[in-house]
Design a protein around this ligand. Structure first.
Ligand SMILES: Cc1cc2nc3c(=O)[nH]c(=O)nc-3n(C[C@H](O)[C@H](O)[C@H](O)COP(=O)(O)OP(=O)(O)OC[C@H]3O[C@@H](n4cnc5c(N)ncnc54)[C@H](O)[C@@H]3O)c2cc1C
Length: 191
């Protein structure tokens, strides 16, 4: 992994113990904005917003409002701000899963080669470097399946689930990738 959470500083980052928990350091030992969630980058601001939100939602439970929670907040930055680790992650997964969903059933050698090049570029170029390094390690053990749409979608779903597991998130049911990324649900709510 290229970065270290600031909460577990190494001896080479003497100022890191002053950094908020959850902030990730880059390979240069400095806080890495694109490797960190916005809520961990600006924890003081997030805590203030949380306490304001708790006060604003005061109804009958006065105890809840008087003891504001410091639970993680969603990214509340304006849309014109640069992405954090979550923003670029969502955008990248959207691009990758959607591209897989529309990848041919029988791709030409040219299409296969380009898909392979695209996927192999990620561990080199993805700006969250610990994400990139982990993906590279995953790809060593599970080389991309570019043989066709179904194989590629399943391969990506498995890679995404590995990240989900690492982050303590629920796994996605890979049988539903087409519904999620191409067809939409049967109830027509996305038509
Ligand atoms: C290659 C890569 C590596 C990453 N590594 C890290 C990391 O090391 N640390 C870190 O903090 N963040 C990492 N991220 C970001 C992380 O995966 C999430 O994108 C981010 O936390 C935002 O999560 P989310 O809950 O909004 O949904 P996301 O995980 O971004 O998922 C977006 C949507 O995809 C769907 N989905 C979820 N799982 C699957 C699946 N298995 N198959 C198909 N569809 C699915 C769901 O509908 C979900 O709402 C990485 C992102 C990428 C692209």
């Amino acid at each position: 992994m290229g970065e270290k959470p600031a909460s577990q500083p190494s001896g080479s980052t003497p100022t890191s113990s002053k950094l908020p928990p959850g902030m990730v350091l880059g390979p240069d030992g400095k806080p890495c904005k694109i490797c960190t969630s916005f809520r961990n980058w600006k924890p003081a601001k997030a805590a203030l917003a949380s306490s304001t939100a708790a006060a604003a939602t005061l109804t009958t439970d006065t105890r809840a409002a008087s003891v504001p929670t410091l639970a993680p907040l969603p990214d509340t930055r304006p849309a014109h701000c640069p992405p954090d680790v979550e923003g670029i992650g969502r955008a990248t997964w959207t691009f990758l899963h959607t591209t897989a969903a529309y990848y041919p059933e029988r791709p030409s050698p040219h299409q296969r080669a380009n898909m392979l090049a695209l996927l192999h570029a990620l561990p080199v170029l993805y700006p969250c470097s610990h994400c990139a390094a982990d993906l590279g390690a995953q790809m060593q053990g599970a080389p991309p399946d570019v043989s066709g749409r179904a194989g590629l979608s399943a391969w990506l779903c498995a890679r995404h689930n590995e990240v989900n597991r690492k982050l303590g998130k629920e796994e996605f049911e890979c049988a539903k990738v087409d519904e999620r990324w191409k067809d939409g649900p049967e109830d027509g709510s996305c038509d």
